[in-house]
Ligand binder design. Structure first.
Ligand code: HEC
Ligand code: HEC
Ligand code: HEC
Length: 188
């Protein structure tokens, strides 16, 4: 439970930042529609533009590449709320959408478990077994599955190629010899 709280804290922090500056430019806190411009405390808060401009830039969302920022040590968020909460990083990638028309979707566990506890996804969103879940882009666009977070607290769904990132014609990645798509280590 503690580890769940730890990651919920992180996601909430990310959500706050996302909501605060989802426009093309970072809006001042006074005009972001979230903060009360008449509140005396607002002028004591750091402005998003000042806080975020030093981080690896993105062209979308809240204009920060968060995974890069974390991997480079540009940010060092607390990874737990309670000192005894365990943390666990998982390194494997899972390939999804082996039979569709779009490029294959690479789901990286690492980029997620750097922020999130396993319990944020398993098992209420996804069964922890490659191929055991039925994904659908339609459901994702409705805010389900990956769309619970992407488009809300993490990079937006308009960034097709960040998920559909593995070319089908790539020399070694395509399980062409296996019609069922079973050649890659963790696929569906
Ligand atoms: C957050 C990750 C993510 C993003 C961003 C994303 N997709 Fe998907 N997409 C998926 C997943 C996961 C599936 C389901 C794979 C499966 O059916 O097994 C999928 C499936 C699809 C499918 C059906 C399967 C196929 O390849 O024909 C289409 C079409 C599709 N996506 C188009 C898009 C387009 C266009 C965009 C950008 C506007 C986009 N997706 C953005 C994750 C994503
Ligand atoms: C952001 C969501 C998310 C988080 C967080 C997450 N996973 Fe997963 N996990 C997935 C998805 C998506 C799959 C692929 C399921 C599929 O193919 O249908 C998966 C698959 C798995 C599998 C099956 C692998 C295989 O090859 O069969 C295991 C085991 C697993 N996860 C364990 C974990 C553990 C342990 C953690 C925490 C350290 C974790 N996951 C964190 C989304 C997540
Ligand atoms: C519980 C929330 C959550 C769910 C569910 C989730 N993601 Fe993510 N994802 C994140 C967060 C947070 C990040 C890191 C912040 C960012 O890149 O916007 C991330 C990052 C990523 C990245 C890496 C981006 C990079 O810069 O390296 C990919 C790719 C990705 N997600 C794909 C997926 C796919 C595909 C699914 C569904 C199978 C999915 N995610 C489900 C929260 C989630």
């Amino acid at each position: 439970m503690d580890s769940l709280r730890r990651s919920i804290g992180r996601v909430l922090a990310l959500a706050t930042i996302t909501m605060a500056c989802s426009a093309a430019n970072w809006l001042p806190l006074e005009s972001d529609g979230v903060h009360d411009p008449t509140a005396p405390g607002v002028k004591h808060l750091q402005q998003p533009a000042e806080a975020l401009k030093v981080l690896p830039p993105d062209t979308t969302g809240n204009h920060v590449r968060w995974v890069e920022a974390l991997e480079k040590g540009a940010i060092n968020p607390r990874d737990r709320l309670f000192s005894k909460a365990p943390t666990q990083i998982r390194e494997d990638d899972i390939l999804l959408n082996l039979n569709g028309g779009m490029p294959i979707v690479r789901f990286p566990h690492r980029a997620h478990t750097l922020w999130l506890d396993c319990g944020n996804c398993h098992d209420h969103l996804f069964k922890a077994k490659a191929g055991a879940n039925k994904f659908s882009m339609f459901a994702i666009l409705q805010g389900e599955q990956c769309g619970v977070c992407h488009g809300a607290v993490s990079f937006p769904l308009t960034e097709c190629s960040r998920c559909h990132s593995v070319a089908r014609s790539g020399p070694s990645r395509v399980p062409a010899a296996s019609p069922g798509g079973g050649a890659a280590p963790a696929t569906r």
